[in-house]
Design a protein around this ligand. Structure first.
Ligand code: SAM
Length: 656
């Protein structure tokens, strides 16, 4: 169960105070009003994300930052009388009611006004009056007002509203000639016939519909960011293609680290795999790295490990990586790297051999597959919710429509016990099998740890979301620590995982808002400068991904990076491939420390809702120690089954 009060305080610090709202009374009011009571049922867990959410009548509850920003801009005083146009959920009115004396709020949709009235009554906020009507005309019978806040965008300031301001009164309103974006304006009535205007920045509100507003139109997000491509071009060290031997040598500077973490901004890009393979080859051959630890299930990676060590296949052993998302590891790029590792180990002295390990929650994809199969049979509605939750509750996603589909049903909760029981059984079977593993990583102590925490793992995993993220990343980090310890004081590891696991979470909105941590952060905390966190990114091309969890792999076109994104600055720098080492490039590091939106594509890619589904804010140069850029990239090539062109004849470990 989410601690709403704690989440609210976090949000106020990170997103309201953290982004410059400093009026103490506004901050206190934001800390006091329970936003979870103003969102629709089922959406409570998303109440403290700094994003708008859907409410009845196709409208939205405003983004908390914007609510605070507008109230601060209105310079409300304790004795003020305020008019709000667009009550919506009643949330902004509730916040204002903690700062000013009397709030009148108008909403054109009766059902919304009714729900807002009920909520305010339940909370005993008595100084708010909710009215139904066309607020673009104001409320002449109660004028003049000390402040008027309009929560919907108009094409011009309605004279009816500015006329209802008292002298010295402030009108805050989004104004735009297009329905999709507006400028937030402050109009101050300085004398009976004198008004001053100020532009407070770009915003995106739903339209003001009414006599002095628009006809109905949808709205979308906007924003503007700093442009830094020149700095990037100056700082960039150009890279050859990853198949060239001098590619890996560019990363010799990280050879003395204990742990080198290599990210990827998608789970299906060939160049990212090739680059990580080339860097890893170099680190293994020249710098004594002996652990390759990847974001994959332990038992599957263990099959690969046996292969690269020249150990025979075990009796009854399943070919690895047969479950969704198969293309992440069953692809030609990984097969090539695994082939290389085998050849390398064949000639290396025992102590120089490198192993291949899976860091992920033990047998996670097997467990998810089992639970989906069970729910499909017992409660297809719950199965749909499960697929949605696994596919969408990724830390970078802000997609109210998807959250809606992922809202937990009562049937879903009912299945928890049975699913957890099945997962536990599956684990026991797997552990029995693993105890026969040649390289006995899973010794008794590790086994006991797994069994003890399995119950909790599966309960948390069943529900998805922030808790399961943290559990998973903590587990991955502990497995990494365990591997390093078990291989002795001179062991060194290369980690392959998504950027969202590798870029220090404390410098991203996932850490700041949702208190999500990741392996990168834990490695920095544990290893300090002995860890190197390296992100990989792209502008456009193709990617292997699915549309829904458990869905088929598709080769999808990656949309050119968003105009406001940090990737767009890299693209504009004009380098096809480059490395930026932030420690050596302070000017660009400073510019890229500014929070910007960054793209995250996981096993699911939904280009149609890309901005909401795949972008999140992060401070790139703080999140990573270095960044590797490929301007155009293409999808990985999945391994073809036997009998199809492209089939890899080498049957172990990838044979079917
Ligand atoms: N402040 C609200 C909250 O905290 O939930 C969110 C407001 S929402 C972004 C904008 C609201 O303005 C919608 O509920 C919409 O129905 C309402 N609206 C649009 N035109 C209006 C008008 N002419 N008069 C009254 N309400 C209007």
């Amino acid at each position: 169960m989410l601690d709403y009060e704690h989440a609210r305080h976090r949000m106020v610090e990170a997103h309201i105070a953290g982004r410059g709202v400093s009026d103490r009374r506004v901050l206190d009011a934001m800390r006091e009003v329970p936003r979870e009571k103003f969102v629709e049922e089922g959406f409570e867990e998303f109440a403290y994300e700094d994003s708008p959410l859907p409410i009845l009548a196709g409208q939205t509850i405003s983004q908390p930052f914007i609510v605070a920003y507008m109230i601060e801009a209105a310079e409300l005083e304790a004795g003020d009388r305020v008019l709000e146009v667009g009550a919506g959920s009643g949330y902004a009115a509730a916040v204002m009611s903690r700062v000013a004396d009397q709030i009148h709020t108008i909403e054109r949709h009766e059902e919304l006004a009714e729900a807002a009235r009920r909520r305010l009554e339940e909370l005993d906020y008595r100084n708010v009056e909710v009215l139904v009507g066309d607020g673009s005309k104001g409320l002449p019978e109660k004028a003049p007002f000390d402040a008027i806040l309009v929560a919907a965008g108009g094409h011009a300031v309605p004279a009816a509203l500015s006329e209802q301001l008292d002298i010295g009164g402030r009108l805050i309103m989004p104004i735009g000639k297009e329905q999709r974006s507006q400028r937030l304006m402050r109009i101050t009535r300085t004398a009976a016939n004198k008004f001053e205007q100020e532009d407070l920045g770009g915003v995106a509100f739903v339209p003001l519909i009414g006599e002095h507003g628009w006809a109905e139109f949808p709205a979308g997000p906007v924003g503007s960011r700093r442009w830094v491509p020149e700095l990037i071009a100056e700082a960039a060290e150009e890279l050859p293609t990853p198949d060239r031997p001098d590619f890996g040598a560019m990363f010799d500077r990280f050879g003395d680290r204990r742990v080198v973490l290599l990210g990827e901004s998608t789970h299906g890009t060939a160049e990212f795999y090739r680059a990580r393979a080339a860097i890893t080859r170099r680190l293994v051959e020249e710098h004594g790295f002996n652990i390759v630890a990847v974001e994959a299930d332990w038992p599957d990676a263990a099959s690969v490990n046996r292969y690269v060590r020249g150990l025979p296949r075990q009796e009854g052993e399943e070919p690895p990586f047969r479950r969704f998302p198969t293309w992440m590891w069953r692809n030609t790029e990984v097969a090539e790297f695994v082939g290389w590792l085998r050849t390398y180990n064949d000639q290396a002295a025992d102590e120089a051999k490198a192993g291949f390990y899976g860091l992920d929650l033990y047998n996670m994809s097997g467990s998810i597959a089992a639970l989906l199969a069970y729910l499909d049979e017992i409660d297809p509605q719950a199965a749909m919710v499960a697929r949605e939750r696994y596919g969408c509750l990724t830390p970078w996603q802000h997609e109210p429509a998807t959250y809606g589909r992922a809202v937990l049903t009562s049937g879903y909760r009912k299945c928890e016990e049975e699913v957890v029981r099945q997962c536990r059984e599956l684990l026991e079977k797997r552990l029995d099998y693993a105890s026969r593993d040649g390289e006995a990583f899973l010794d008794a102590a590790q086994n006991a740890r797994l069994i003890a925490s399995a119950e909790k793992y599966y309960r948390v995993m069943y529900y998805g979301g922030a808790d399961s993220w943290n559990l998973r990343d903590r587990h991955m980090f502990e497995t990494l620590e365990y591997l390093l310890a078990s291989k002795g004081p001179h062991s060194k590891a290369v980690v392959w995982a998504h950027n969202s696991h590798i870029g220090d979470a404390r410098l991203t909105e996932m850490g700041l808002i949702r208190e999500e941590l990741n392996i990168g952060q834990l490695c920095r905390e544990r290893f300090g400068d002995e860890a190197a966190l390296i992100g990989l990114g792209t502008h456009s091309g193709t990617v292997a991904a699915a549309t829904n969890w458990d869905g088929a792999m598709e080769v999808k076109t990656v949309r050119p990076s968003h105009a406001d994104s940090v990737e767009r600055s890299f693209h504009a720098a004009g380098k096809p491939r480059c490395l930026i080492d932030f420690a050596r490039q302070p000017a660009v590091a400073e510019a890229l420390a500014l929070p910007r939106i960054q793209r995250f594509i996981g096993v699911i890619y939904r280009p149609e809702t890309e901005l909401a589904s795949h972008y999140a804010e992060a401070s790139m140069s703080k999140q990573f120690d270095a960044y590797v850029w490929f301007d155009r990239t293409r999808a990985v090539t999945p391994l073809a089954p036997a009998g199809e062109p492209g089939h890899v004849p080498d049957t172990f470990p990838f044979g079917l």
